[in-house]
Write a protein that binds this ligand. Sequence first.
Ligand code: WTA
Length: 632
Amino acid sequence: MSESSRLSGEVFYPDPVAAAAAHVPDHEALRAAAAADPLGFWAARAAELEWYKPWDKVLDDSNAPFFKWFTGASTNIVHNCIDRHLSGPYRNKLALIWVGENGTDHQTFSYFSLNREVTKMANVLKAMGVGKGDRVTIYLPRIPEVVFAMLACAKLGAIHSVIFAGFSADALQDRIGDSESKLVITADGSWVNGSVFKLKDIVDEALRFSPTVENVIVVRRTGHEVAMDPLRDHWYHDLTALPIAKGPCATEPMDAEDTLFILYTSGSTGKPKAILHTHGGYMVGTYTTLKYTFDIRDEDRWWCTADPGWITGHSYLVYGPLLTGATTFMFEGGPTYPYPNRWWQLIEYYGINIFYTAPTAIRSLMRFGEAWPNRHDLSSLRLLGSVGEPINPEAWQWFHRVIGKGQCPIMDTWWQTETGMFQICPTPSLPLKPGSGGKPFFGQEAEILDEAGQPVADGEEGFLVLKNPWPAMLRTLYRDDERYVKTYWSKYPGKYLAGDSARRDKDGYFWIIGRTDDVIKVSGHRLGTAEVESALVSHPAVAEAAAIGLPHEVKGNAIHAFVVLRLGHEPSPALAEELRKHVSIHLSPIAKPDWIDFTEKLPKTRSGKIMRRVLKARALGQDEGDTTTLDE
Ligand code: WTA
């Protein structure tokens, strides 16, 4: 019997003493209670937070799928992340611990000093004319200012759009243009494995065609020479020295349904989608899921390794932890620089209690062997977490045994940019099955459907749908209601289509298999085949391109691109390398294809659609399936 099949049949039962002390001591009992009254469940959670004005209605579903939560209520997520903590026992508690890539830069912020920094940045933004509803693009490395910037926007009621600082100028320009941002917050550069990555140069290039941007704020991080446009660009440290930065700044009262942020994510077709989240529901959803699933306690130090450029960073590095009054830890660097013990060293040094990361990172660290983690005392850890892609049982087992010393339950959380918060996940009182995220969160129900919309039998694969609305759900796609309805609510009316295939076992546990659309998860990052293809086609030698994801031991999936060359260009290893680089520069290094295959022709349907499914089957040497529509 193989290692994986033995493990996938295994169940890890919670330690009864630890489970009994958790926020959710009896998972099934709470699930049953919440199922009987989901809105009552959510209203009670919302009541744990502060509102300037209470809601009239918990859920307004009169215009589904445009759901509204906590209608009539007024709040601001920053009031609950910061303001309310200032008058209570959390005032002097550490809100944020930050460590730089070099290991020597280090800053800590109590809730009091986080408020000081956020207020300063909000004052600066306000002086630059940023107000309620304005869009601000944030393109920053993992430094404290990214947290200040997000919260400062929210405090003023402005809408932030954070772009992962690994995206290229083209990608940045598209997103700035689509959101019509009036201000960009960036840094001179970021540190990547000891070298400077020149962020400001990328912003300069992106802004050549971004007419809406009036001002750029530049945080000094790397200290290298950068060009500054005297009319447009401002050093952040110069601005904060001005009188405009001083004094208090009121937190803007927001309607619960007012927009908090938009976040671009890859979809199956065309340009990235701007997922829209709101102040009220997102606040209640991220607060509740983090508190219950990761059982946050006052004394905990929480580390989510995600970048704020992705939803995991938004919900569980910034907003969720501050809402629960936790101490959130942020590290600028990656896990293997300068040595593969970097994360383990930080866990030991800072006494991290709960550690939330991605399967791809675990797989890559496994390759360096157990000696690296074993050099460190990891006994502060109480709980572990996984997100972004299915975790294979081998990686689960290694994480559990080597990092958690067999003592720490692993919370495998399934969710999406769209869902804003966990949807399928355990809590410390649910028995765990390695590779499964367990059951839908309290108040939620999920189903596995066949093509015709009928539930499939237990154990069979099908389309994953969510049945109930939830507070942190996306409200729409920014300025594209039609695409919102079409993408998520039209295949099975009344049910949210996740875009994943999955199965449910006889115990009601869900097992995610992978995407059913043209989204590829590479090292947990979400990329669209269409984006990779358009980056390839922008190269003068390329006539047509198709990208697919193929299984990869560490990255989960790796990109394999098929390219048809224009007349006069010959295939060569040098050209393949050039094209890989081209994607890296024009989209992102994370989107760089692992393989380029030159081909004469791409398999297409008679209507001209590329059949990526056929390419994938051929690459894997599998049956091509139904090819009756193939035009060959
Ligand atoms: C995948 C990331 C299996 C899934 C929070 C989903 C997962 C997509 C898991 C969303 C998990 C996320 N197990 N698959 N625990 N978590 N996924 O928007 O395919 O970057 O649809 O959000 O990641 O990716 P996104």
